[in-house]
Design a protein around this ligand. Structure first.
Ligand code: AMP
Ligand code: GLY
Length: 423
């Protein structure tokens, strides 16, 4: 059978790589894909991004099912377009994707359904937002309501930063419509974890836990990024905490969406903040898998992902169990010069090692031009290592990474430090 993966990042390369391992697969199409998906003989890039044209292509090519990677096509309604034509697709509808595409929607939803999250208020009027911030004090967090490619959140340590963030979003319109409304919320302290599940409308299938590293540089310094590395499992999520997150956050979310008449299907990602006492709160929802969390998670998945996807689109996720490699997988992102501000493109990438039993490299912002691999975006590669402990996985990842070179490459040396500290 043929399957389509929509997107071009490291997450999509990892999903396509895993799907292609299935005996059922003839070819996995990736739209539009990247340099890495172009190099893999089992994958085929197709250069279509418009949802209607993609649906036409899926019908022509008799593609059995489609998996959507990024939030933008979901928020634009690709699932609605496919479903209207009776095409099988895994992801939330446009309405359900509001859990990610509108922070205001997500906060009101959580409040309505008693799901633990930071206290907040939302504003479209700058003066009211400034007054609220003065009354609450700093630190405080300002979030653009809409999708802002990971740049819409300001964790303000001072009142000045908070007021500047409101001015940037509401008065200067820096994010356009996405910033026409802001959520101002309580600053939460603790450790973050990524909690990702698959939902078929009624059944919930949790994936392995993971943890991401948002800051550009070692010791969690420098600007926020889309994620500079991730590993799975995340030892902070003990079996007890896992059960509690399912009970207090995931189940009420899935049931709440159904109750509100917007049944949720697709990957659901709760970004958690876990305080010193081990209490979880929801920082945000994403209506997709995480990037780079997907890369280590897919490397650990032993179950045939095609089978899992078939159950997901048929509403029978209760009939499958996931089997995981017991080892830790740890992925390190290699980013382009000047990422995240204004990533440089066109640097030649050399030395990517062949996949082994304990390492694999996924591509994101790369392109294959006349048989030469070049950088083509912010996050270029994600090198994943596997090992019996997080330390061994760390070593495997960096041994592979140290063979790779492109001018201006940026990466962290300390991915996994929280888990290593726990040992
Ligand atoms: P979000 O896109 O909402 O996950 O926010 C991006 C990042 O900002 C998160 O991964 C956290 O590191 C940080 N953040 C978001 N909300 C809060 C909060 N209420 N308190 C502290 N940090 C936050
Ligand atoms: N790695 C964080 C995210 O995908 O949103």
């Amino acid at each position: 059978m043929k399957i389509l993966v929509v997107g071009s990042g490291g997450r999509e390369h990892a999903l396509a790589w895993k799907l292609a391992q299935s005996k059922k697969i003839q070819v996995v199409m990736v739209a539009p894909g990247n340099g890495g998906t172009a190099l893999d003989g089992r994958l085929k890039n197709i250069f279509i991004t418009d949802p209607v044209q993609l649906a036409d292509y899926v019908q022509q090519e008799h593609i059995a099912l489609t998996v959507v990677g990024p939030e933008a096509p979901l928020a634009a309604g690709i699932v609605d377009v496919f479903r209207e034509r009776g095409l099988k697709i895994f992801g939330p509808t446009k309405k359900a994707a509001q859990l990610e595409s509108s922070k205001d929607f997500a906060k009101a939803f959580m409040q309505r359904h008693g799901i633990p999250t930071a206290a907040y208020q939302s504003f479209s009027d700058a003066k009211a937002a400034h007054d609220y911030i003065d009354q609450q004090g700093a630190p405080i967090v300002i979030k653009a309501d809409g999708l802002a490619a990971g740049k819409g959140v300001v964790v303000a340590m001072t009142l000045k930063e908070a007021h500047d963030a409101v001015d940037m979003m509401l008065s200067d319109n820096r994010f356009g419509d996405a910033g026409a409304r802001v959520v101002v919320e309580e600053f939460l302290e603790g450790e973050e974890a990524s909690f990702i599940v698959m939902v078929d409308g009624k059944n919930i299938l949790p994936l392995a836990t993971s943890q991401d590293h948002k800051r550009l540089m070692d010791n969690d310094e420098g600007p926020n990024t889309g994620g500079m590395g991730a590993y799975s499992p995340a030892p902070i999520v003990t079996p007890q905490l896992h059960a509690r997150v399912m009970r207090e956050i995931i189940l009420p979310t899935v049931h709440g969406m159904a109750k509100d008449g917007i049944p949720y299907t697709g990957f659901l990602y709760a970004g958690l903040m876990i305080d010193a006492e081990g209490n979880p709160k929801t920082l945000e929802f994403n209506c997709r898998m995480g990037d780079p969390e997907t890369q280590p998670i897919m490397v650990r998945l032993k179950t045939d992902l095609v089978k899992v996807m078939e159950h997901a689109v048929d509403g029978t996720l209760d009939q499958i169990e996931l089997e995981w490699d017991r080892r830790t997988a740890l992925g390190v992102v290699m980013a382009a010069a000047n990422y995240p501000e204004s990533p440089r493109k066109g640097d030649v990438i050399k030395g990517i090692p062949a996949e082994t039993d304990d390492s694999v490299t996924f591509h994101a912002g790369s392109v294959l031009e006349n048989d030469q691999l070049k950088t083509a975006g912010g996050r270029v590669l994600c090198v994943v290592g596997l090992g019996g402990t997080v330390r061994v996985a760390h070593k495997a990842a960096y041994e592979a990474l140290d063979k790779i070179h492109f001018d201006g490459m940026q990466f962290r040396r300390d991915i996994g430090w929280r888990a290593m500290r726990r040992l």
